[in-house]
Design a protein. Structure first.
Lengths: 267, 287
């Protein structure tokens, strides 16, 4: 023990001790959490198969639920369009702020800190809060859902775009600056063309994400696919609710596949 | 805003004598630029269509924005604990944080095992493809729907919330972890394979130590997401926690002073989580 020399065995032993300690700590946190939340792990695990067999019986779309399909598809299309619109508008606003606030293109230190602060603030306000506040002023309309998604997305995209600019645009910018190009020439001829593939990749990711989040916003604000699921769910028309879930799965996976294909081409 | 210029300005092949009439080609049209233009144009067209056809239910915009500003003023400039009091809110916040932590632990444990099975460089292709397809389906269903589905199947309460949140976590972390596992240098795995190590020995002696940094950083990203989801599930599925308080105060009692207070509390927690995540990433990258 008192040997100053570190042998492989003692090094690995210490490492193992640290790892075991961390795992034990995690286990303790888990146990305390279970106790406080009154969650019985075994009971919970056992209820999963029960839940799925219940789902298989009640949520299975029947012949009858086909009649809901046009309504579901219309709302789902609404939701997808709203997600796309919110991301595109957010992207336009976010790129402006990201250029002002990033370390390489930013105007000054104060602006950088300000933009970072604004982005973090917008990002961290829970989506629930946005949805409920906007619902109070803008009532139950698609515009409310659009605004809630927009405000949340702006926060995310400012951060993502700033990181992209800092990672990718530095060299091209420097090259153009060396030729004596003005600030706006540098932005439009070097920075934006350089980052546009990553930009589009992020936009596609946020669209997918917003389709999922739109469900939550929809349940709270009474719009889009979330609203229609909530109606079916609360009126015990579970087969129609199951149909809605199935439609969401198909659309999300289709969007994911499409954006992966686009990414393969542009990146 | 989005310019349509090429990303890779490639000049035409240099020849010693150039025809003076021929212009230098600054932008070469490649499949990539073509695709970027197509995607950008279609997204903008869809947006324009959507915004012009957006249903606003005839809400008067100036009045609505004025109202919104008043709400913001109440929320952010005059927050108070309202009727519930600080301790009740703190307790609910604690429940949401615990929900986030528990579901992240469940997600990490199951996610790791599924990721090992799903990784192309460790197991056979059929298992991997099966798990990946299943996880893609689970991920496609929004967390809130999982929570709602479980709340009718097992009854409203913490169990439904935990199971609902865990499902999405497991699927998300499986994908993240297995991507990290697939990036491992194949030489490390081969080195252990030639010594005749068993499968789980390889996993715990080669795979696990190699991916700990990305494991930790993905898990903490998920913790942030899970906390946000715990708030959302509390609000929309009535599963308790700070989200439920948020829903009640903003949707039923309209006490926006208290909403502001709750929002500030949530922001503090997310900032702490973000801070921990950044520090951990620095710690592992610095090694």
């Amino acid at each position: 023990m008192k040997q100053p020399k570190i042998t492989a065995a003692s090094y690995l032993g210490k490492k193992r001790l640290v790892q075991s300690g961390v795992l034990a700590l995690v286990a303790v946190i888990y146990a305390i959490g279970c106790f406080i939340l009154q969650f019985d792990t075994i009971q919970g695990a056992l209820s999963i198969p029960k839940a799925f067999s219940w789902l298989a019986v009640n949520f299975m779309p029947t012949q009858n639920s086909m009649t809901y399909l046009p309504q579901i598809m219309a709302k789902l299309l609404d939701t997808v369009l709203m997600s796309i619109a919110s991301v595109v508008v957010a992207a336009v606003i976010a790129i402006f702020f990201a250029i002002l606030g990033s370390k390489v293109t930013g105007i000054n230190k104060f602006m950088q800190i300000l933009v970072r602060g604004i982005a973090s603030f917008f990002r961290n306000i829970p989506l629930v809060a946005w949805a409920m506040i906007l619902l109070f002023s803008f009532k139950q309309s698609n515009f409310t859902g659009f605004l809630a998604l927009l405000l949340m997305t702006i926060g995310f995209l400012i951060r993502a775009f700033m990181e992209i600019i800092e990672d990718e645009a530095g060299e091209a910018m420097m090259a153009l600056k060396a030729t004596g190009a003005s600030y706006f020439q540098v932005i439009f001829q070097a920075v934006i063309p350089q980052i546009i593939p990553s930009l589009i990749s992020w936009i596609l990711y946020m669209i997918e994400n917003n389709v999922r989040d739109a469900t939550l916003v929809g349940i709270l604000t009474g719009t889009g696919i979330g609203f229609i699921f909530d109606i079916y769910y609360k009126s015990f028309r579970f087969d129609a609710a199951g149909m809605t879930v199935l439609a969401i799965i198909i659309v999300v996976i289709a969007l994911e596949t499409l954006s992966n294909q686009i990414r393969k081409v542009i990146l | 805003m989005i310019s349509n210029e090429s990303t890779s300005p490639i000049a035409s092949k240099p020849s010693l004598q150039r025809d003076p009439k021929e212009k230098i080609k600054l932008h070469k049209t490649t499949a990539s630029t073509w695709m970027i233009n197509a995607v950008a144009i279609s997204l903008i067209l869809i947006t324009l269509y959507t915004l012009t056809h957006l249903n606003t239910e005839n809400v008067k915009m100036t009045e609505a924005f004025h109202g919104l500003m008043m709400t913001f003023d109440q929320m952010f400039l005059h927050p108070n604990t309202g009727a519930d009091g600080f301790m009740v809110l703190l307790e609910s916040l604690g429940i949401s944080v615990l929900l986030g932590i528990l579901t992240t632990i469940i997600g990490a444990v199951f996610g790791f095992f599924f990721a090992v099975i799903a990784s192309r460089n460790l197991t056979n292709a059929y298992w991997g493809a099966g798990i990946r397809a299943l996880m893609a389906i689970i991920r496609a269903i929004p967390t809130i729907l999982w929570a709602l589905i479980f709340s009718i199947a097992v009854g409203l309460g913490p169990t439904a919330a935990i199971l609902g949140l865990s499902f999405h976590s497991v699927a998300y972390l499986t994908k993240a972890y297995s991507e990290s596992i697939e990036e491992i240098d194949p030489a490390i795995i081969d080195a252990l394979k030639v010594t005749g190590c068993k499968f789980w020995t390889i996993v715990f002696q080669a795979v696990w130590p190699t991916i700990i940094p990305s494991l930790v950083s993905w898990t903490f990203i998920r913790l942030e997401i899970n906390f946000a989801n715990a708030v959302a599930v509390g609000a929309a599925a009535g599963a308790g926690g700070i989200g439920y308080q948020l829903f009640v105060t903003s949707g039923l009692s309209f006490d926006f002073h208290e909403v502001g207070y709750i929002v500030y509390m949530v922001i503090v927690v997310t900032m702490i989580l973000e801070f921990i995540a950044v520090k951990l990433r620095q710690h592992y990258l610095g090694k």
